[in-house]
Design a protein around this ligand. Sequence first.
Ligand code: PRX
Length: 645
Amino acid sequence: MVYEVPGRVREGAATPVSSMDRYREHYAKAANDPNQFWLDVTKSRIHWRKEPTEGLRGSFSTIQDGPLCWFADGELNITESCLDQHLESRGDKVAILWEGNEPGENRRITYRELHGMVCQAANALRELGLKKGERAIIYMGMVPEAAVAMLACARLGAIHSVVFGGFSADALADRIRDCGAELVITQDFAYRGKKQIPLKATVDDAVQAAPSVKKVLCVKRTGGEVAWDGNRDVWWHEAVDAASTEHAAEIVDAEHPLFILYTSGSTGRPKGVVHTSGGYITYTAYTHATVFDLREDDVYGCVADIGWITGHSYIVYGPLANGATSLMFEALPTYPDAGRYWDMVERLKISIFYTAPTAIRALAAQGDEFVTKYDRSSLRVLGTVGEPINPEAWEWYHRVVGDGGCNIVDTFWQTETGGIVISPIAPATPTKPGSATFPMPGIFPVLKTAEGQTVRGPGDGLLCMEHPWPGQARTVWGDHPRFVATYFDMMPGHYFTGDGCRRDEDGYHWITGRVDDVINVSGHRMGTAEFESALVSAEEVAEAAVVGFPHEIKGQGVYAYVVAQPGQTIDVGSLNGTVRSQIGAVAKVDKFQVVPGLPKTRSGKVMRRILRKIAEGRGNELGDVSTLADPTVVDTIRDGFQGTA
Ligand code: PRX
């Protein structure tokens, strides 16, 4: 199979084009022989107990028969790549550089120390009954113990599922039940700027509705008072600190599940996306080193949360497999003020910085002085992830934060892709503000029309991928048919991302956003179906339809149309409370509009296209609405439009 090498590069670009030659070489190599390419990559970066001889087994066309396999005959424990393999050469190098809630509150954990901590935690978890293949939930803030907990599960061959601390007890209970976890690892409270988030209390509530949980292991972070069940609850410092600092890693097959991460889709409840061991660690290590041009003395700072895939792949697994110094940041970008990131860059000499466009837009709005008063000369590469970056935000990041001298890498990827799939490679790729540029070696994007025709050359289309890569998700926990239906039914033989994309005349990729019913709020992926099911659970709400609208800072905001039950009135002020308790603090409706009915086709399908247009303030571009069951409802909705300020 020979794929055309993508893209012509812009003449006269600032970055050295010579390195694009190397990119082209790698790309061609991966296209000509993907198996050999990835076998070479994994053998050079990953510590295998039994080296694989096999690359890919399976294909997108046969995915309905079962998950894909990469490196199927290999055996490893990925923590040996993240920890043990560095002990000799990097034992005293800082692995986790933790910055706590208060500026300057630091912990510097070396590879040797981290190895000891992970072994202790693995021993303690085993004592608590956690075994290979069993699931453990991690519901924590950004403390080093959260990364230690992830690695300790992996050390045992157990499967972790990290749930972001902004989810509610209901959402947490759903996830515990779905994966049948018997152990939850949490902390008393999490600091978050001036606030303290009661994580243990939320776990207590969730466990009421999730009786599979037998043990709760709790880190003491703030020392605040928590309820305690002596039969179930165990303090981390009592169980872990006393355990041995040695632990022989459980060796597993390459395709042994490493973690489950729940993510929102178009329909139904969040899906438990499953990532496995050998392919995931290979892909995250490779992309982390390649995209960010990682060097031995870098201080790498990704300010995501481990509750999302970015934290998994590019705070914990990729960086540690590469022996990097990886930042863990507990606070908020605006605590104590909007200069916090750059204050940290100056103090910790951060050289690679990775954040979300929403943070960049919010900080740019606060004024340049918060940035310029700090010394940022250590910075070399600046990354973004999570949503399209608008050219103004890109320019500000480049000009103000990077003083015009850093490479900007706009990295496109997803929970399901495991790692970065389309992105500039620093410093090789000549960039265009707002474009994620070119695919990584081994990634073969294809743009399709809705009818399934391939768009060749410049054009717009649905972004699909043509050939498997090692880091991609293998299945949905407990529901492989749902995995196939969600990602492979739409374009047979291809993985469908759910995003739209434009390819320009130079072969650059411009992600245009989700084409399904997923909204991306501040880089957080939310399903409209989850909002709708929370809203209709309120007694007075008969029907609800939720869509996204463009939001200056958050990228997208949430717009909810709600219909009252006959004879009842809706007080929209209280509805966000319902959303908060069902989904969590992470979810909030920005605009409510009470409407007499929703626009529906004669067969009863809600015309979301119309609602989306109205919410975007484009109510005069609706086109033909005559096929609706009741076209007059559209005028009423348009007249009641709440604005998008
Ligand atoms: O719509 C795309 C957007 O975020 C979605 C994936 O969300 P999630 O699984 O939560 O993972 C986010 C972190 C990897 C994608 O379908 N997205 C992510 N990165 C970009 C992006 N959209 C445009 N440009 C990006 N760089």
